[in-house]
Write a protein that binds this ligand. Structure first.
Ligand code: 13P
Length: 254
């Protein structure tokens, strides 16, 4: 069975009610024009826009996701948002362990693992992010860092149905730089091999591994046609309807 490509937008900390709703409506309109897309579309707005975006996407084949969640269900955790709350808002997905959270909030792979277990318990699909810094790449440690992050961040509750991995080299995020196709292929293949050891071959072969980091309409075809690349996690270019859809169209996946 072929893995269905996932085109996911991570809006990060962008969007107010008016422009976020307009963006979601624009994406919904374009996806409706496609009819029955071959790929899966997903948008992950900030928490504050989840309900409005859910409404704006009505009737379009675009899934809704959040950018983080708590490892707890409820209680005295000021500022946190639980997987149950995300489900309640209409989310199907949650991004976990993005490098910006690992850096800004000192999130460890162990915490990401706990959060993923909590999300799975409530039927939320997780997009677990891994990736090396420039320093780590230059030290020849990219492969080791990424596979270790997979081993530590992906919980035993993960299956191909409830988990997606995203390889995002930190130095490629928002910089316009992308790794060579050989490097992307090497890391994605190593991630799949690691998943196979951890979750079994059946899960590993069906689990989607996305590439993220400066994905644009003009490089989408090259990146998304690689053997183990099953979609894209898109930051900047997911904030414009034509760029977000342009990535799927140029890559020929929708
Ligand atoms: P950019 O597409 O802006 O490089 O961001 C990638 C990213 O971090 C998606 O999660």
């Amino acid at each position: 069975m072929a893995r269905k490509k996932l085109i996911a937008g991570n809006w990060k900390m962008n969007g107010l009610l008016a422009d976020g709703t307009t963006l979601a409506k624009g994406i919904a309109e374009e996806v409706k024009k496609i009819g029955k897309p071959q790929c899966e579309f997903l948008v992950c707005p900030p928490f504050t826009l989840l309900s409005a975006v859910k409404k704006a996407l009505r009737g379009a084949k675009v899934a809704l996701g959040a950018q983080d969640c708590s490892s707890e269900d409820k209680g005295a955790h000021t500022g946190d948002v639980s997987p149950v709350m995300l489900k309640d808002c209409g989310c199907q997905y949650v991004i976990l362990g993005h490098s910006e959270r690992r850096a800004d909030h000192k999130e460890s792979s162990e915490l990401v693992n706990k959060k993923a277990q909590a999300a799975h318990k409530h039927d939320l699909k997780t997009i677990i992010c891994v990736g090396e810094t420039l320093e780590e790449r230059e030290a020849g440690k990219a492969l080791e860092i990424c596979t270790t992050q997979v081993i530590d961040s992906v919980p035993d509750t993960s299956t191909w149905q409830n988990t997606v991995i995203a390889y995002e080299p930190v130095w490629a995020i928002g910089t316009g730089k992308i790794p060579t196709t050989k490097d992307v292929e090497e890391i994605h293949a190593a991630i799949r091999k690691t998943l196979s050891k951890k979750l079994g071959k059946g899960n590993a072969n069906k689990m989607r591994i996305l590439y993220g980091g400066s994905v644009k309409p003009n490089n989408a075809k090259e990146l998304l046609s690689l053997e183990d690349v099953d979609g894209a996690l898109i930051g900047g270019a997911s904030l414009k309807v034509e760029d977000f859809l342009g990535i799927a169209k140029n890559a020929g996946v929708c």
